[in-house]
Write a new protein. Structure first.
Length: 161
């Protein structure tokens, strides 16, 4: 059986956790519960203190998360937006973070991903190719207008809607 952490021990552990990488309030709250902190008031006091001391910054987290998921995990803006919303972050911070990803970067990213996907598609029917690429793009969270532009760029035969 785990021993209950004191508020000070939990605060120290949470500040160390937030020092290592960016985290949002919901992640810290989840971590506190995993460590055995069951009192919601204690959790809220710890999170408020961490925010006041800049261990947690929701805007900074959104920017970092969006950048990392776009660059390293190759997610599209829609998928990033959905995950940030699920974490309960303010929409104004989400919008700001997504605005840092230019449409040109998103298009280049989509062209690269979808070119790789196109190599694995085993059909000559242009409608099937278009449908498969569009499904792939939406699964990655690529915006429809970007996906259409990318498909048009990598294929000569993209069917019109």
């Amino acid at each position: 059986m785990k021993k209950e952490l004191t508020e000070k021990e939990a605060l120290n552990k949470a500040s160390a956790y937030c020092s290592k990488s960016e985290h949002c309030p919901s992640e810290v709250n989840e971590k506190l519960h995993q460590w055995g902190v069951t009192d919601e008031e204690v959790c809220q006091r710890i999170i408020v203190w961490l925010m006041k001391e800049s261990y947690i910054d929701e805007a900074r987290f959104c920017r970092s998360f969006a950048n990392d998921k776009f660059r390293f995990n190759r997610w599209g803006k829609k998928k990033i937006e959905l995950y940030l919303q699920q974490k309960g972050l303010p929409s104004s911070f989400i919008v700001e973070a997504l605005e840092e990803i230019s449409d040109e970067d998103a298009l280049q990213h989509a062209i690269q991903l979808m070119s790789q996907k196109l190599k694995s598609i085993r059909t000559d029917n242009p409608y099937e190719v278009y449908a498969k690429l569009m499904r792939f793009a939406t699964g990655r969270g690529i915006e429809m207008k970007i996906a259409r532009q990318a498909i048009k760029t990598i294929t000569d035969n993209s069917p019109e809607e």
